[in-house]
Design a protein around this ligand. Structure first.
Ligand SMILES: C[S@@+](CC[C@H](N)C(=O)[O-])C[C@H]1O[C@@H](n2cnc3c(N)ncnc32)[C@H](O)[C@@H]1O
Length: 222
């Protein structure tokens, strides 16, 4: 019987075609209006030469950064998404799961000035991954994590697995996605236990909108 993390990984294989359409046709309003710009700006402000895009999906962020002259590596466990990314080029793509990276971070051939994870830290073992990524982070580099704001998640306000059905998006989504909700203090604890400082938190939002569209953490190593 697959565990939640395996079902999470498998959902990104089963849903890959609907995901490619959603991203490439800009169907997700919060991405279009706020969160895409938020992650790009946060990365560019660090003026990186090399960036690792963790859980890169179909590669939009890697292409966006590569178009600005940055040397980008994307890594993802979904083979169809990595194929879709490769087909559009721009960056170097690696097909590997977080478990693979935890087992052997050198498969990523570091070192990176920025390591970005855009809505891709979705399981309960993210701490082991973040710890492993310190091996490929350049001295003075930053890890930038954008994720679902804890405020928007349904009750109860405590860590635990949730299910995303993608019902609000057009297209055919054959596999619901398990994802692990974390409270704000749990995110902070995750980062500090993995050996990071958290020098900056952003809450990107639409103008005149009552709640943030995401939360964005900037991490550094002491
Ligand atoms: C919401 S998508 C985001 C994709 C991309 N970062 C973007 O912003 O469009 C989440 C991505 O994380 C990847 N992912 C989730 N869990 C993973 C794991 N355990 N190992 C590798 N990739 C994983 C999925 O395959 C998927 O491509």
């Amino acid at each position: 019987v697959p565990d939640e993390t395996e079902r999470l990984e498998q959902s990104w294989i089963a849903n890959s075609s609907a995901w490619c359409t959603a991203v490439r046709e800009n169907l997700i309003e919060s991405r279009r209006e706020v969160t895409n710009a938020a992650i790009v700006d946060a990365i560019l402000r660090r003026e990186p030469r090399r960036v690792l895009d963790v859980g890169c999906g179909e590669g939009w962020l890697a292409r966006e950064l590569a178009s600005r002259g940055i040397d980008v590596t994307g890594v993802d466990a979904s083979e169809p998404l990595i194929e879709a990314a490769n087909a559009m080029g721009g960056a170097r793509y690696v097909h590997a799961s977080y478990r693979d990276i935890i087992g052997d971070p050198s498969l990523l051939a570091g070192s990176f000035d920025v390591i970005a994870a855009n809505f891709s830290l979705l399981d309960d073992r993210a701490g082991d991954l973040l710890r492993a990524l310190r091996n490929v982070l350049a001295a003075g580099g930053h890890v930038i994590v954008q994720t679902i704001h804890p405020l928007v998640a349904d009750s109860p306000y405590s860590d635990g697995w949730r299910t995303e059905t993608f019902n609000s998006l057009p297209g055919d989504w054959p596999a619901p996605m398990p994802w692990y909700f974390r409270t704000l203090s749990s995110w902070h604890q995750l980062f500090t236990h993995a050996g990071y400082l958290v020098p900056e938190i952003q809450e990107p939002r639409r103008p005149n909108h009552p709640s943030p569209s995401s939360i964005l953490f900037v991490l550094s190593v002491p």
